[in-house]
Design a protein around this ligand. Sequence first.
Ligand SMILES: [Zn+2]
Length: 145
Amino acid sequence: MKSFDFAPLNVPGPTKIPLTEPFWQAAANGELHMQYCECCQSYVFYPREICPCCWSDQLTWRQVTGQATIKTYTTIWKPGQPGWSAVTPYTVGIIQLDEGPSMLALLLLEPEQLEVGRAVCFKTINIGGQLMPAFTIPEDNHHDK
Ligand SMILES: [Zn+2]
């Protein structure tokens, strides 16, 4: 199993604003939280001031399961930010959460494990000293190759 050691990286962290602070704070606690629209009962990602479906401003934050499916992915050999060069190649993808929203995320999978439609789960990883969101294959599927 490849080890994914991103802790020594010297890369810029996320830009945190009051709107997104609950997301990053949850990640720092090892959890994945999303906005939830109390009006139309749908999850919202990325964070917004109003619901993109019904325009309600009744958005609250909820913890989600972290269960998701890979929609697409790409492996990075030449990162846009030079600080990431130390860990190339690495993979990012668009995952769709079971709750509905899709998000761009770091994927901690072996190349032979990458597959559109594959089930993945949320996991935090230390990137340059900060716990950041990522996705990996669920524990009970680690032996299946
Ligand atoms: Zn809504």
